[in-house]
Design a binder for this molecule. Structure first.
Ligand code: NBG
Length: 797
């Protein structure tokens, strides 16, 4: 029994009032929802501090190995309810507040999302932090405390508009500022040699200041730290310039330094070759590694023992400077030999690859690397030479520095003892198509860790209706042992259970329908199929395929109204601000929605909605209410997907291609409980060799021809008939993502969905089996895989 369970409802209430009074300086009569939310957050945070200290103490005392998870993104979302649930205090908090006349859910809904990430990669980092805390795996997450997280999206006239996001304008109650934990991070300058050693004298320096957020695990038994760095100037102010009346110039050092932690780059699928991005990456890596070495030495350990105490995981290539930076610190600062330093680096580091898209693989021009990080450029060349000497038979084109570019994927690979892909298929492709030569030189280095999602947030918290049913059926405890969901399987044959399962879904759909009514002004039928595609908007994810099929479906409905099962197609997601093709797809979806939703003939059978600003909190609304999960990427392009896991866990059926983790989800839930369609990764590669593939596919499908014709004629953009000429031209003539080639199969799979939904007995059996068989996709399992296969750490619980 954890100590937090001993804390009673009454003392929680007293603490809320105390924080309202003494921390917020308000009395109950004048307190706003914001004041109450702060008071509650502080009262809960107080209860995290104790287990947090205890965990830290335990780690120091036992000298346990720690994991350091380096990530440019942590897409945490809201923290209040998650903390309350993990502490086991959700109901106590709600009751305590009710006694004070305050509504818990109102406070929860008032909290801004911490949107320090773009999509799957950042959300994965957040799930992994929570699972590490749940499993008692000692660790730190290191990231950047962006003042502005991912931009806010609005949809105006069907088009995406971007606004700066402002999560930090209000007080952020979960973090502790650590002005004393600060490091200097340098840029530019020159490298000289002194007594045979390199001496780097940077010409620009900023201070990295730590902000710590405790991350509490399930049951409140362990807490780790998410340490986010904020950039500060080394000199606050240029007093001489100020005294000369040059106020703007006087503030310049501060403004420049702050830029480093000002914004999150709004793209995770293309490589941003921007100097500021490189500086941000180094800022994170350098402050983290200085902190890691300081902690290691403070423990009284020798530097040579670092691998026994620190596992450093690079979340994609963004922190790939970790190798060179660790070597620099060991060699230049601590006087170690290069050969010993690189062995240590490799033994500590691991690299997770999250994408095969060539445009996302970071490559920095050597002139840029050489001028921003002159010492690191030297070290990278040394690493390259070291690797070449160790592998004299390697093909000549293997190398980190090639064609005046530093290839960060190769750098991360060479400096890590393990490289992992994020699903079975993806890992295979990492070996065969991304790093075939390096894989051959380092057999066994590439391993697979299929992604996972935390069941606490994505089932227990987001879906109380289904969680309640699960607990009533199989008892408590499945939240931290998700394989236990398998015990639901026998219930699936019970008509009463299926009815309860359907009722839970129906309640979630009704709640979503009410929200759509209130926010979108659209009255929707909660008995329709709720068909959801939410994720970043990208050509490879093929929101276009979805909307084209929607139009074809609408045409058929017009010919035979009343024939179909009613459907609500829900889209959500942001496009990178500079990604024209993706923004055009958003506009097309919204243009089509306007026309279709206004059609009185089909309105009862088909509606489309695109709520703006999709984020973690919106996902928590949509996932529990979905009947159908759209996972329709071009095979070979989606490394894993994690939304696919959240939906299936919540009893949505998947319509999807054999891509990423879809493959494993289908294996787990059963092929008969998954709507499969489309070309496989191998077939995609073959099909692309035919220059006529798109034309051929279009000519073979009358419905597709008609759809493209309607778009080209301006049926959905009457004021500007030529609006989508470019898009249609592209489908006919290039269609790199094979929308046309997969159209007919997708259309047929959608018909199967309808047929299945029309038979409730069958549908709810399939849906419940999805929930029962998704245990494997818990992030606890994924973290255990990392612990044994990559980090060599053990639970401290
Ligand atoms: C994304 C992939 C997803 C995957 C997540 C988490 C990047 C670079 N990659 O398929 O596109 O689920 O990473 O692994 O964001």
């Amino acid at each position: 029994m954890s100590y937090v369970n001993a804390i009673t409802n009454t003392s929680l209430r007293a603490d809320i009032v105390r924080h309202l009074t003494f921390t917020m300086g308000k009395d109950a009569a004048h307190a706003s929802a914001y004041d109450w939310r702060m008071a509650l957050s502080f009262a809960l945070r107080d209860r995290i501090v104790e287990p947090w200290f205890a965990a830290t103490r335990r780690t120091w005392e036992t000298g346990a190995k720690r994991v350091y998870y380096l990530s440019m993104e942590f897409l945490v979302g809201r923290m209040l309810e998650d903390a309350a649930i993990n502490l086991g205090l959700r109901d106590a908090a709600s009751e305590a507040l009710a006694g004070l006349g305050v509504d818990f859910s109102e406070l929860v809904g008032e909290e801004p999302d911490a949107a320090l990430g773009n999509g799957g990669l950042g959300r994965l980092a957040a799930c992994y932090m929570e699972s590490m805390a749940t499993l008692g795996c000692p660790g730190y997450g290191y990231g950047i405390r962006y003042e502005h997280g991912l931009f806010r999206q609005s949809i105006e006239g069907g088009e995406q508009r971007e606004q700066a996001e402002t999560w930090l304008t209000q007080r952020h109650p979960w973090e502790f500022e650590r002005p004393e934990s600060a490091y200097l991070v340098g840029f530019r300058g020159e490298v000289t040699r002194l007594a045979g050693r390199a001496v780097w004298t940077p010409s620009e320096t900023v201070r990295a200041e730590a902000h710590d957020t405790p991350v509490i695990g399930w049951g409140g038994r362990w807490a780790n730290t998410l340490r986010l760095w904020s950039a500060k100037p080394t000199t606050l102010f240029d007093l001489a310039r100020f005294n000369h009346g040059d106020y703007a110039a006087a503030a310049e050092p501060e403004a420049l330094a702050r830029t480093l932690s000002r914004v999150l780059y709004p793209d995770d699928t293309t490589f941003q070759g921007k100097e500021l991005r490189l500086k941000q990456e180094y800022f994170l890596v350098s402050s983290a590694l200085q902190d890691i070495l300081r902690r290691h030495l403070a423990g009284g350990f020798a530097l040579g023992d670092l691998p026994a105490h620190a596992a450093i995981q690079m979340n994609d290539t963004h922190p790939a400077l970790a190798g060179p930076e660790l070597i620099r610190l060991l060699v230049d600062v601590h006087g170690m030999e290069f050969a010993a330093a690189i062995e240590i680096a490799v033994a500590c580091l691991g690299y997770t690859n999250h994408t095969l898209l060539p445009e996302a693989l970071e490559r920095w021009a050597t002139y840029l690397m050489g001028s921003v990080l002159p010492r690191h450029m030297q070290i990278i060349e040394e690493i390259d030479a070291w690797h070449a000497t160790r592998h004299p038979t390697r093909p000549h084109y293997v190398g980190i520095v090639k064609h005046h570019e530093v290839r960060m994927g190769d750098l991360a690979f060479v400096t890590s003892h393990r490289v992992n892909g994020v699903s079975k298929l993806h890992t295979e492709l990492v070996k065969t198509s991304l790093f075939p030569e390096l894989d051959a030189l380092h057999p066994g280095r590439v391993v697979n860790v299929t992604n996972g999602v935390t069941p606490r947030r994505w089932l227990r918290m987001a879906n109380p209706a289904l969680s309640g049913l699960i607990t009533r059926s199989i008892g408590p405890g499945w939240e931290a042992d998700l394989d236990r969901l398998a015990a639901l399987q026998p219930f699936v044959e019970d008509a009463g259970f299926r009815a309860d399962f359907a009722a839970a879904k129906r309640a979630n759909k009704a709640a979503l329908a009410a929200w759509i009514g209130a926010t979108q002004g659209l009255t929707v039928n909660p008995d329709a199929i709720f068909d959801v595609q939410v994720k970043r908007v990208h050509e490879y994810k093929r929101q276009l395929l979805n909307i084209l099929q929607c139009i074809a479906h609408w045409q058929r409905l017009r010919d035979a109204p009343g024939s179909a099962v009613p459907r609500l197609r829900i889209f959500g997601g942001k496009a990178a601000p500079g990604y024209h093709a993706a923004k055009e797809i958003i506009r097309l979806i919204n243009d089509v929605a306007l026309v279709i939703n206004a059609d009185p003939k089909t309105r009862d059978a088909l509606q489309i909605v695109y709520p703006e600003n999709y984020n973690v909190s919106m996902a928590e609304r949509l996932v529990p209410a979905a009947d159908l999960s759209e996972q329709i990427s071009t095979a070979g392009k989606e490394a894993s997907g994690t939304g696919n896991m959240k939906f299936a866990l919540n009893g949505a059926l998947t319509i999807g291609t054999l891509d990423g983790a879809n493959v494993e989800i289908r294996d787990e839930v059963g092929t008969e409980n998954f709507f499969l369609f489309g070309l496989t990764a191998t077939e995609v590669a073959e099909r692309r060799r035919d220059p006529e593939h798109a034309r051929r596919a279009i000519l073979a499908s009358q419905p597709l021809q008609d759809v493209l014709q309607m778009i080209a004629e301006g049926r959905f953009s009457p004021g500007e008939p030529g609006r989508y000429h470019g898009l249609v031209h592209n489908i006919w003539n290039s269609d790199y993502f094979l929308v046309a080639s997969d159209f007919a199969a997708y259309d047929a799979a959608q018909a199967q969905v309808e047929a299945a939904f029309a038979e409730p007995d069958r549908w709810w059996r399939m849906a419940a089996l999805n929930t029962a068989r998704m245990g494997y996709f818990s992030s606890d399992r994924a973290i255990r895989d990392y612990m044994t296969g990559i980090w060599g750490t053990v639970s401290a619980l």
